[in-house]
Design a binder for this molecule. Structure first.
Ligand code: FCB
Length: 452
C-alpha cells in the first residue's frame, strides 16, 4: 500500500505563539498588599450576578503561585505570555496614591518570566476598574480618562525597560454597552444610548492615552495596539455578493471602535446610526484617539453567517438552536471566524499587523482522571480554528501571532468557575494545576511551528 503524504501546515518563521490570561480572572489576593476594590470585586457580591455567587477573592491564587505558573509555561515551551495589570493594585483609588507593593508584584512576575525565557505582552486594562472611580461615574465620567492617563504613564514608566509589547484596552464593548446598557457586567446599569456612546468615547480616549504613554515612555522598540472583539461576519458562500455583504456588515457592526481608531473621526455612517445620541467630543480628542498603532489584537471565538439578501442588502442568518457549540451557549463552533475576522480587518482598515490575542473554548466538566485531563474536544477546536487561521495567512492576511485563551481554568465572569477555558486544569479546592492533553498538543505545535 502506498503511504499518502500529508502536506504540512506550516506557519511563517517567527510566528508568535502564546497564551493569555487577565489579572482579575487568575490573581486572587483581592484585598492583599494594598490592592483597592475593583468593580468586579463589588459586582460579585451582588446576589444573582455571578453563577453560584463565585468571587475573585482567591481565583487561581496566581498572586502567590506566579512562579509555579511561569515554570509550568517554561516546561511547556510557551515563549509568549499575555497578562494584564490590575489597575487597583497600582492606584488603589484609581487616580491618587501609588501602591508600591502592586508594582513590586509585577516586577517579580517579570523576573519569573525572564527566568523561563518568556516574553511579556501586557494588557493595561482588562475590565477591573477601581471601584472608587465607578463611584464617581466610571466610564460615564471624563475624569476616568485623566485617571487612566496617569495610570498608563505609571506602568509604562515602571515596566517599559522590560516590556516591549503593550495592549491598551481589552474589548471596549464589554465594559461599555454590556455594563451601562445591558446589565450583565458591572456596574450593571440600564441607561440610554447617549450615555453608552459617551462611555465608548471615554474608552477610546483611554486607548489614545495608552498609545501616547508607550510612545513617550516606552523606550526603544516598544509597540502598542488595541484589543477588539470585533463582530465577525462569515459569508455563507465565497461569491462576490456574499463577501461584499460580509464586508458591509463588518464595517457597520464595528463602527464604534475600529472606525474612530483607524480613521481618527466618527464617520457619516456612525453619525447616522447614533443620531442625536452622539457623544460630546472635546477639541483634540481625535488627535489622541487616532494616534497610529503598531498592531491590532483581535479576540475571536465565533462568527455570524451573512449573505446578500434578495434585495441586495446584507442579511444576517440566525443559527438554528441545534448548531454545534461548546458548553458556553454563546460560543458556536465557527472556525471560519478565524479566517474572515483578520481578513476583513486587514481589507477594511489596512491593519498592517494583526495578532489573535485570544481564541479558545469553554467546557464545564473536565475531570482529571489518573493524573490526566483528556480534553480532546479542545484539541479538535484549536486544530480546526488554527487551520482556518493558516488559510487566512496563505491568502495574505498579515497575522503575526496567536494567543490561546487561556493558560489556566479561571474566573469566567458571570459564569464563575463553571466554565473552564484553560489548557491547564485548575482544581479549585486544592489549586493544583495539571496541564491538559490540549496543552501538550499545543506545546508540540509551538515546537514544530506547524499543525501536528
Ligand atoms: C473574552 C474575555 C476573556 C475571557 C474570554 C472567554 O471576551 O476577554 O477575559 O473571559 O472571553
Amino acid at each position: 500500500m502506498r503511504a499518502i503524504q500529508a502536506k504540512p501546515i506550516r506557519f511563517p518563521r517567527n510566528f508568535v505563539w502564546g497564551v493569555a490570561t487577565a489579572a482579575p480572572q487568575i490573581e486572587g489576593a483581592a484585598c492583599e498588599d494594598g490592592k483597592g476594590e475593583s468593580t468586579w470585586d463589588r459586582f460579585c457580591r451582588v446576589p444573582g450576578k455571578v453563577l453560584h455567587g463565585d468571587t475573585l477573592d482567591v481565583a487561581c491564587d496566581h498572586y502567590h503561585r506566579y512562579a509555579e505558573d511561569c515554570a509550568m509555561m517554561g516546561r511547556l515551551g510557551i515563549k509568549n505570555y499575555r497578562f494584564s495589570i490590575a489597575w487597583p493594585r497600582i492606584h488603589p483609588q484609581g487616580d491618587s496614591a501609588l501602591n508600591q507593593k502592586g508594582l513590586d508584584f509585577y516586577q517579580r512576575l517579570l523576573d519569573a518570566l525572564e527566568q523561563n525565557g518568556i516574553t511579556p505582552w501586557v494588557t493595561m486594562f482588562h475590565w477591573d476598574l477601581p471601584q472608587a472611580l465607578e463611584d464617581r461615574g466610571g466610564w460615564r465620567w471624563r475624569g476616568t480618562v485623566d485617571a487612566f492617563a496617569r495610570y498608563a504613564d505609571t506602568i509604562v514608566r515602571a515596566f517599559g525597560p522590560r516590556v516591549k509589547h503593550w495592549f491598551t484596552l481589552n474589548e471596549i464593548q464589554c465594559f461599555t454597552s454590556m455594563s451601562y446598557r445591558e446589565v450583565s457586567r458591572p456596574p450593571g446599569l440600564a441607561l440610554g444610548e447617549a450615555v453608552v456612546n459617551q462611555t465608548y468615547h471615554h474608552a477610546l480616549l483611554c486607548h489614545g492615552h495608552g498609545v501616547r504613554a508607550v510612545r513617550e515612555q516606552g523606550g526603544r522598540g516598544a509597540r502598542v495596539g488595541l484589543i477588539d472583539n470585533s463582530f465577525v461576519p462569515i459569508p455563507v458562500t465565497d461569491c462576490p455578493a456574499d463577501v461584499a455583504a460580509a464586508r458591509e456588515v463588518f464595517v457597520e457592526a464595528n463602527i464604534r471602535v475600529l472606525d474612530p481608531i483607524y480613521r481618527g473621526e466618527y464617520s457619516p455612517v456612525y453619525q447616522r446610526i447614533v443620531g442625536a445620541d452622539g457623544p460630546q467630543v472635546a477639541p483634540g480628542d481625535f488627535a489622541l484617539i487616532g494616534l497610529p498603532t503598531d498592531f491590532l489584537g483581535l479576540n475571536i471565538y465565533f462568527g455570524h453567517f451573512v449573505r446578500a439578501g434578495a434585495d441586495g442588502r446584507p442579511e444576517r442568518l440566525a443559527l438554528p438552536a441545534a448548531y454545534p457549540h461548546t458548553d458556553c451557549a454563546w460560543l458556536k463552533l465557527t472556525p471560519q471566524s478565524l479566517y474572515w475576522g483578520p481578513r476583513l480587518a486587514a481589507e477594511v482598515y489596512a491593519a498592517k499587523s494583526i495578532y489573535i490575542s485570544e481564541n479558545g473554548c469553554g467546557y464545564s466538566d473536565e475531570p482529571v482522571v489518573d493524573g490526566e485531563c483528556r480534553d480532546l474536544h479542545r484539541r479538535d477546536y484549536l486544530r480546526t480554528y488554527l487551520g482556518e487561521l493558516h488559510r487566512a495567512i496563505g491568502d495574505g492576511a498579515p497575522i503575526h501571532g496567536y494567543f490561546v485563551w487561556s493558560l489556566l481554568d479561571n474566573f469566567e465572569w458571570q459564569d464563575g468557575y463553571t466554565s473552564r477555558f484553560g489548557i491547564c486544569h485548575v482544581d479549585f479546592a486544592t489549586l493544583r494545576r495539571t496541564p491538559k492533553l490540549s496543552a501538550d498538543w499545543y506545546a508540540n505545535v509551538i515546537r514544530e511551528n506547524r499543525l501536528v
